[in-house]
Design a binder for this molecule. Structure first.
Ligand code: NAD
Ligand code: G3P
Length: 334
């Protein structure tokens, strides 16, 4: 692939731009703030997000989105999910015709309850097969340190997915393709909510049995939602489902898990937000949109419901624990 634009120079945008560049693809990275773009151009370092990582020479940076987009074969969208619509609307006039639009964001939009690829299609006015999603167990800091990982490129157009797969394959990053965009996106969005629940459990001092139980039952409710929305059930056993869920729920690097841990230790939402220093924990907002989506499709998602109540209705995580364990007894596969 000739040239790729990555729009958003936060942790994952920068790390994914490095992956592309290390795979031999020329990349232009757009940063919202000129000083971030300058630091990358002059010092080859994103001092704000990945200060210990030297970025390769075929990765250039700019604060001018038009420059980044000019002639790009693919456009990678690396901004927080609840800001994607507004950002993309601004970029729309400069999107190169026919370019693959790639979402890195993991969330469900508040209000519309749309997945990110649906937002992209709507705002950019492109067909479904022009939009791809990259999702999987991909903690940005580990990937920036070139630790081996795998991911999924989901697109209904297999050829586009393969083209992107070639553009971002290297010695530490192994992308697989998948045509189940719905399942891959739901896996990525829902695991953030389940990671908040795992964090809360850790904050309350619970150990590995509790974590494994939340992860497994979290996967069960994610798969139920997926079934209602037409996803392939096997996707949830793959990298975009179980893989990302395990990485996020277990890792101290996860912002969602860390956020939940603070809530579990008794911090208020405001205090937990303050401690996050502007870093986005997507599950805090997506727990509400996913809960609403589940209600719309009559799907039972008790962990998501509980996380929403803790984050937005002041429920004590201890009360949530008792409520989850006290639910009506049922068969595992029901
Ligand atoms: N960090 C990871 O490890 C990781 C891995 C996989 C997926 N993701 C997903 O990628 C998306 C981006 O995550 P990130 O880690 O790069 O986030 P981040 O907070 O590190 O960076 C967000 C970037 O978006 C820009 N931005 C543009 N408009 C913004 C606005 N209105 N508000 C806030 N920021 C705005 C910021 O300037 C920043 O460059 C999220 O949906 C996240 O779930 C993150
Ligand atoms: O830091 P988090 O919680 O946003 O998780 C990062 C990635 O999504 C892990 O795949």
């Amino acid at each position: 692939m000739d040239r790729v634009a990555v729009l958003g120079a936060g942790s994952w945008g920068t790390a994914f731009a490095k992956v592309l560049a290390d795979s031999g693809t020329d990349v232009v990275l757009w940063a919202r703030r000129a000083e971030v773009a300058d630091a990358i151009s002059t010092g080859r370092v994103n001092t704000d997000y990945l200060p210990d990582v030297v970025l390769p020479a075929n990765l250039t940076a700019t604060a001018d989105a038009d420059k980044a987009l000019d002639g790009a074969r693919a456009v990678v969208l690396a901004v927080p999910s609840q800001t994607l619509r507004e950002n993309l609307a601004g970029w729309r006039p400069s999107l190169p015709p026919g370019a693959t639009l790639v979402s890195l964001a993991k969330g469900v939009e508040l209000g519309t309850l749309k997945r990110m690829s649906e937002v992209v299609r709507e705002v950019a006015g492109v067909p479904e097969d022009q939009v791809a999603v990259v999702t999987g167990p991909n903690l940005a800091k580990e990937i920036a340190a070139e630790q081996p990982t795998a991911t999924v490129i989901a697109c209904t157009d297999h050829d586009r997915a393969v083209e992107l797969q070639h553009a971002c394959s290297n010695s530490y990053f192994r992308p697989y393709t998948n045509v189940d965009v719905v399942g891959c996106e739901l896996g990525g969005a829902c695991k953030n909510v389940i990671a908040l629940a795992c964090g809360m459990a850790a904050g309350m001092g619970f150990g590995d049995n509790t974590m494994a139980s939340i992860i497994t039952r979290g996967l069960a409710e994610t798969a139920r939602l997926g079934a209602a929305l037409g996803a392939d059930p096997l996707t949830f056993a793959g990298l975009a489902g179980l893989g990302d869920l395990v990485a996020t729920c277990a890792s101290p690097l996860s912002r969602n898990r860390s956020f939940g841990e603070r809530l579990g230790r008794g911090d208020s939402l405001a205090r937990a937000q303050e401690a996050a220093h502007g870093q986005v924990a997507e599950g805090v907002k997506s727990c509400s949109s996913i809960r609403e989506l589940a209600a719309r499709h009559d799907v039972d998602m008790p962990i998501t419901e509980g996380v929403h109540q803790v984050c937005h209705e002041g429920l004590d995580p201890r009360v949530l624990t008792a409520a989850l364990l006290g639910r009506e007894r049922k068969a595992e596969r029901q």
